[in-house]
Design a protein around this ligand. Sequence first.
Ligand SMILES: [Zn+2]
Length: 327
Amino acid sequence: MRLERSILFLLGAGVLMASRPAMSADLTCSSSATLEALVTCIRDQMPGRGSGIFVAPTSTQLTAWRTVVRAMMGGSCNIVLPSSLSSSASVRLLRDVGNGRSYCVLMEVADRNSDGIVDLGLGTFIVDAAAERELSHSAPHATADLETESQAVSIFKATRSRSFLMAGAHRDASFNDSICQSSTMISDVAHNVTNAFHATYLELAAFYGSRPWWGIEWHGMARDTCKEDVFMSHGMDVAPVRGDKISELTRNLLAYKPTWRVGVPGRSDCSLNATTNVQGRLLNGVSASQVCGRSAASYSGRFVHIEQDPAFRVPDYWINAVKATWP
Ligand SMILES: [Zn+2]
């Protein structure tokens, strides 16, 4: 009798599960009422360093992700996710109670083993359909470069920029060495191409074509890595020329923070020029199939790579400088 009941219960549960796949385990961060709260929630449920959790997306999933990115960039958020993503991710409109604006959010939600951590390490992409600036603010090293994800989303929001992008896992979440760049793990999205983060960059580049836009990556360095507090580059070890965005951003930043030591290539010992960064190489004209192994021959200025000491990753310090640089 007891056994029969158990079987009936299991059958019933099975039917329920089949009609509502993975609902009970989804990590949707649905109680997050602002973008900042959402990003903090997502960060806290993403695979951490050495967790061993990072599943490289299939080519079908990457194509599907790009399709959704394209639709979001076109202003849509009423999107039915392709089947390769629908069991892992969700797309929804979030109305931020802080400013009353609505944002379209694509994020991984599935947690089938109910460990409180998402299963794949896909990532997050957010679009403001009513944006004023064609900037994409991103945190490729979320959690590893402490606070950069919170900083990037706050700057995205305050500057009315078009998109926000965040890695889905700690850069060292995986134990598997990269075949793209051997000194990295496959979960490091700034140095690998088989991930949703890089796929987003590919789609952004395709979406904008020759129209002006900028991909800004917010990174963090250790305090003693470079003598500067902040070091910026366009992804090449070349001194900027007048009019380059890193020159303008430096000038605008120093107008607000005159005591900061801000460095750029050409007049610094700092080596964090992002010359191996695959998004940088892509925006600097290296073909998508060669970004793992080929350096850029020149820079477009579209890619802006910002390294910061720990005390300098405060959004308020940067917002006015970003607005002034991209008026
Ligand atoms: Zn970094």
